[in-house]
Write a protein that binds this ligand. Structure first.
Ligand SMILES: Cc1cc2nc3c(=O)[nH]c(=O)nc-3n(C[C@H](O)[C@H](O)[C@H](O)COP(=O)(O)OP(=O)(O)OC[C@H]3O[C@@H](n4cnc5c(N)ncnc54)[C@H](O)[C@@H]3O)c2cc1C
Length: 324
């Protein structure tokens, strides 16, 4: 049985532990804080899950992840996906994911303004809305617990790993999120502190909403269902470069920007936020992920603010790298 140490118990470390345990490895998971800490990237109730991306590689990875989430639900007996659907808002259909979804045979359709209003979302003049039903939210805290319930790793919390060489393991998987460069110094990543805000909303959950940037075709503003308050909204890559060891609250300037957007896109929602929070991104320039083997080390990093949805697929790739 291969002894594997996993450093960092955010969603990627938990997913790696799950995939490694399924392949018979003896896994020890190290976490510098407590099991429910809110200092990294994975805490909270929900994250957007979507198949729709304008680039095929992400669509393929999301399809693989969807199958993985379904397997995890069966294995753990927990619900981890809530399928409220996705609305992609774009200034033109050429910016949207339509062509890739069509090429891969994934169900989708364009909505007119009235059809979008039925989802209680407002379409800007001249824009298009693409609906994709196999989407919604991942229940983030539930998902981490589901991975751990199934994997049952040896589990050391409040243990900050200072030296990878000192770990008693044949392979070390490093999933240290925003702290990764303390352990793997040469990674081309930057850490930013991002802000989300919550709004009171009752009734049927909203679909997840992503508004794509014209040039990058990546999401800019986004919103999703929050089981506690009703609506969570944020601005992708709007935050400042941050030191993960310094705790900071939500940025009021970004909250104000989110408020304006929510006021325009969700006319039936009270635009006064009921809560706000901050969270860390670890990003590469092109939002790709670092998944690589270096001798005894496997590095799993840089989920660039959109990684949660892919966790089962990332966990399996890390297990492949670790076990060969
Ligand atoms: C505001 C926000 C919104 C997001 N929205 C979405 C979304 O809608 N959809 C989506 O798919 N993704 C989303 N993401 C991205 C997603 O949440 C992240 O990609 C994912 O959580 C990254 O997980 P991770 O395990 O790599 O990092 P982390 O969750 O940060 O985990 C790293 C862990 O390693 C531990 N650690 C670090 N160093 C050490 C050490 N030396 N010893 C022991 N432990 C250590 C840390 O304490 C931490 O627990 C969002 C992220 C943020 C911040």
């Amino acid at each position: 049985m291969t002894k594997v140490a996993v450093v960092g118990a955010g969603v990627m470390g938990c997913a790696a532990a799950w995939a490694l345990a399924a392949r018979g490895a003896e896994v020890t998971l190290y976490e510098q804080f407590g099991a429910e800490h809110t200092r990294g990237s994975s805490h909270g109730r929900t994250r957007i899950f979507r198949l729709a991306y304008p680039e095929e590689l992400w669509v393929e990875l999301a399809q693989e992840a969807l199958a993985g989430w379904r397997e995890l639900e069966l294995e753990s007996g927990r619900d981890v996906l809530a399928p409220h659907g996705l609305v992609e808002l774009c200034s033109s259909v050429d910016v949207s994911s339509r062509d890739v979804l069509a090429a891969r045979g994934i169900e989708h359709k364009l909505l007119d303004r009235d059809e979008l209003r039925a989802h209680r979302v407002e379409l800007p003049d001249g824009w298009v809305a693409l609906w994709q039903p196999d989407a919604g939210v991942v229940l983030a805290d539930e998902a981490r617990h589901a991975f751990l319930d199934v994997a049952q790793p040896n589990w050391e919390t409040q243990h900050r790993v200072e030296s990878l060489d000192a770990l008693d393991a044949e392979v070390v998987v490093v999933t240290a999120g925003p702290w990764i460069t303390e352990l793997v110094p040469d990674l081309p990543v930057r850490v930013t502190r991002e802000t989300v805000a919550y709004f009171a909303r009752d009734g049927t959950p909203v679909p997840s909403v992503v508004e794509l940037d014209d040039e990058s075709r990546r999401h800019a503003m986004y919103a999703l269902h929050d089981p506690k308050f009703g609506l969570k909204a944020g601005a992708h890559h709007a935050g400042h470069v941050a030191d993960p060891d310094v705790e900071e609250p939500a940025d009021p300037v970004i909250v104000a920007r989110i408020v304006e957007w929510v006021r325009e896109r969700f006319p039936d929602v009270d635009p006064h936020p009921v809560a706000a929070d901050s969270c860390l991104y670890t990003s590469t320039e092109d939002e790709s992920f670092v998944l690589e083997r270096r001798g005894r080390l496997v590095v799993g990093s840089a989920c660039s603010g959109h990684g949660f949805k892919f966790a089962p697929a990332v966990g399996r790739r890390l297990a492949d790298l670790a076990l060969g």
